[in-house]
Ligand binder design. Structure first.
Ligand SMILES: NC(=O)c1ccc[n+]([C@@H]2O[C@H](COP(=O)([O-])OP(=O)(O)OC[C@H]3O[C@@H](n4cnc5c(N)ncnc54)[C@H](O)[C@@H]3O)[C@@H](O)[C@H]2O)c1
Length: 315
């Protein structure tokens, strides 16, 4: 197939591109390189790379010609970045997604994956043991609000124009090549430098960490699914941030301490006490769900030669 990946130079996108090339697809990437290019050098030779912005309709329209399938992953993210640049965050989501869907209509492309987020659940009630796609969502930040808007927008396009769409609600994805906007690479970087691991709040807040290879496997297997679906991609395991920090110190053999800081005001809307997802719907659709434990995922990262953090603090 001819596959277009927006945001393909980013963390999740670059792993997806690598897998698509391995599976012998023709891959086109659109990325404005806001975060540099995480696609491994040997894979870069096998794809068509368009350096451009998804907010530019011409860029997206031109790249869409002859495409069979789109993964729309371009986004501005990272709590501090989004808090500092909420307008750009929303514009990239809303304008970028409109350009993608408009270009798909023009070129008769009928299948879309959209990267949504578990951030949409925010303070939603955890019913029974985990968040399922049916619970009442509670988007509060510019980022989560724009992601939720796009879920409804794309559901409407499916209803009116029949574009099969999977909106993927990713739960804290981590793995090789992720940069230190996110908590696991930040803790790894601090631990390896024997610096204190900085936790916001008391460290009792929980997250559900999903290993990148499991995420990519789900993205590939869902290709056969028809219709419109919102699907959690979660590991179904809850870790406190304190436990995460302790595990990273132990696995890296670091002499770091953990220090607890008051969260800066701009992070308040992102402070959620508990987050754990159910991947039952995913399993029902494709007979697969993430299973890599956090210990195993961290071990894999630490043994990868290419492991390095290369985050940027501004956009
Ligand atoms: N990493 C996670 O835990 C997580 C969780 C939930 C949702 N998501 C979503 O998954 C997708 C991929 O996330 P990621 O972790 O790989 O992030 P990332 O920042 O590594 O990748 C995003 C990519 O989008 C590109 N980009 C940003 N603005 C652009 C624009 N205007 N035009 C073209 N390209 C642009 C960036 O250069 C970057 O390469 C995003 O949509 C994100 O919102 C990620």
């Amino acid at each position: 197939m001819n596959v277009l990946v927006t945001g393909g130079a980013g963390f999740i996108g670059s792993h997806l591109v690598q897998r698509l090339v391995h599976d012998k697809h023709n891959v086109i990437v659109i990325d404005n390189l806001l975060r540099g290019n995480k696609i491994p050098a040997h894979v870069q030779d096998s794809i068509t790379f368009v350096e451009g912005d998804v907010r530019d309709l011409n860029v997206v329209m031109n790249a869409m010609e002859g495409i069979d399938l789109v993964y729309h992953f371009a986004a501005v993210l990272g709590v501090d970045v989004v808090a500092d640049f909420p307008v750009e965050t929303m514009d990239v989501e809303v304008v970028g997604t409109r350009n993608v869907i408009e270009s798909m209509h023009k070129h008769g492309v009928k299948k879309l994956f959209y990267a949504s987020t578990s951030g949409i659940y925010s303070h939603s009630a955890i019913v029974k043991t985990a968040l399922s796609e049916e619970v009442l969502v509670d988007p509060r930040t510019s980022y989560a609000m724009a992601k939720r808007y796009n879920e409804i927008y794309l559901a409407s396009h499916f209803e009116e124009k029949g574009v099969d769409t999977i909106a993927l609600r990713f739960f804290n994805v981590y793995g090789e090549r992720q940069d230190n906007r996110m908590v696991i690479p930040r803790f790894l970087e601090q631990a390896e430098a024997n610096l204190p691991l900085t936790v916001f709040g008391n460290g009792q807040q929980t997250r559900d960490f999903t290993y990148i290879n499991d995420v990519i496997e789900a993205c590939i297997r869902l290709q056969e699914t028809k219709g419109f679906h919102i699907v959690n991609i979660a590991n179904e395991h809850e870790w406190t941030i304190k436990e995460l920090a302790e595990t990273i110190i132990e696995r890296t053999g670091s002499s770091s301490e953990i220090i607890y800081l008051d969260a800066p005001k701009k992070r308040y809307d992102y402070e959620v006490e508990r987050r754990i997802g159910s991947s039952e719907k995913l399993y029902h659709l494709i007979g697969f769900k993430p299973s890599t434990t956090l210990q195993k995922g961290i071990e894999i990262i630490l043994t990868q030669e290419e492991y390095s953090t290369n985050g940027h603090n501004s956009i």
